[in-house]
Design a binder for this molecule. Sequence first.
Ligand SMILES: [Zn+2]
Length: 118
Amino acid sequence: MLDKKKIKEKLEKERDILLEQLRDMGKLNPETGEWEATPEEQDTPEADPNEMADRFEDFEAKSSMIKTLAPRLNDILRALKSVNRESFGKCEVCKKDIEDDRLEANPAARTCKEHLEG
Ligand SMILES: [Zn+2]
């Protein structure tokens, strides 16, 4: 039997961690609903080319982290919305129950092991 309460707690915990990481690196654009990296504050008016490059690298690194974390957060949020539904924990492809150990490892999983996404 699926322990939805436990799964929900796990999802909420993961959501909080992801939100914290994302807020460290960027902000949610309320218009697009997308996370965007925030550039480092410019503390010197004179632009040093090395510093500019560092800043750009930092921004790029943040952007790529956000690209990894934001879809994960969306998966978690979607799972949280559907956790109380009858269909939760069923494979989207074959409609069978997703294996408990798979849900344990990834509570946002939408398919069984046979129909692993991506
Ligand atoms: Zn399946």
